[in-house]
Design a protein around this ligand. Sequence first.
Ligand code: HEC
Ligand code: HEC
Length: 376
Amino acid sequence: MLAHLLLLVAPAQVTDPVLAAMMRAERRVEVAQDETNALEDSPAAARVGQALFYNSSISSNGKVSCATCHEPSLGFTTREPLARGVGLTERNAPTLLDVSRRRWFGWGGRNDSLWSQAIVPLLAPQEMGSSAEQLRRALQAQPELGRAWTKVHGESAVSDDVLLAQAGKSLAAYQRRLVTGRSAFDDYARALRDKDAAAQAQYPPLAAQGALLFFGRAGCRSCHVGPEFTDEEFHDLGLPPVRGRKPDEGRREGLRLLAADRFRADSAFSDAPRGLRAQELAFLAATDDDWGRFKTPSLRNVTRTAPYMHTGQFGTLQEVLRFYSTLEGAAPRGHHGETVLKPLHLTEDELKALEAFLQTLEGSLPPDELLRPPVW
Ligand code: HEC
Ligand code: HEC
């Protein structure tokens, strides 16, 4: 039976571990609970969060909202290589689709929860440059928002940090709903599992060839692993240096900022300061090796999120794939650097196949009413 199945997939190329990895990458598990945010499944909190997300009146210049850098029509990213708010940031804006499935937030993983992450762009001068005071003023000036807020959080006459944590938890409740549907790849993986030849035949042959490469010889799955296509870890790919940009510490800075973050999972603002998420923090230790490492991004919906990498230096998927193929311009890494990547020397056909595969990781978008400010 197995031999028969392998023949269906691709003659003579499939080895068992490759096929097994493909089947394991079907997304079947619901989003896990984040116990540090007791409001994460509250529809009322999500509505408050949605109103805040599209609200530029809470930025220092009155012009920037979360949606400025995370545009719903662009997979919750922007076209700019480096995101621009009140000022220019130093990194590319990652997608928020399926973001509540992440373990660490930010390219360097500087936050351990979705709600504590949201406080960072609110306050960062080059992003929104906001403050608790400005948030309070907006709640007074916008009656619908103010009323909805009070129902969820009570009066806004609380300490600044409590108010910020409440805003963060609402924003997280909203973002938790930004989930995408099954992809063509998920259907293919299920067809493989079910040994359903007719369903397997629905999947584009070029993408099937790309999947074999991705899970097999090209070694992509050593980092982009499992249903989320990420190991939730940090790696240094030795990306070609971008002219005019100062070196980015990546995970090293992320760990430092996380250690100092007053809204951590084990803080007084957390709803589970002794929970699992909080306990895990005890095992984080910074080493020199963390320098220049960045989070492995999920590849689901990657077709929607150009440009790519933490620098936004590659405009298209082909450019990304060509980098993996040739490692042209790759920065020499120090003695402590990982040497994980080797040039893959892919042919033009193989590059096309890999791209065709990545295109099948797109799932349907969240409902329209989540892609704009709420109607009260
Ligand atoms: C000025 C542009 C800008 C604005 C405004 C902005 N972001 Fe971001 N966002 C970014 C950038 C850039 C990153 C990557 C940051 C890093 O690596 O440290 C990011 C990262 C994130 C992440 C982490 C995603 C992941 O997979 O790691 C989340 C969640 C997020 N932003 C949500 C928000 C929310 C909520 C708001 C509004 C309160 C917001 N952002 C406002 C640019 C922006
Ligand atoms: C050693 C781990 C590792 C391997 C192997 C690897 N990647 Fe990545 N990938 C990453 C990391 C880390 C990033 C982000 C790097 C950065 O921004 O500094 C990334 C970024 C990407 C991106 C850009 C995504 C985005 O949203 O910006 C794509 C596409 C991608 N990888 C595809 C692949 C493919 C295809 C392969 C196999 C040919 C592969 N990767 C192999 C770790 C890896």
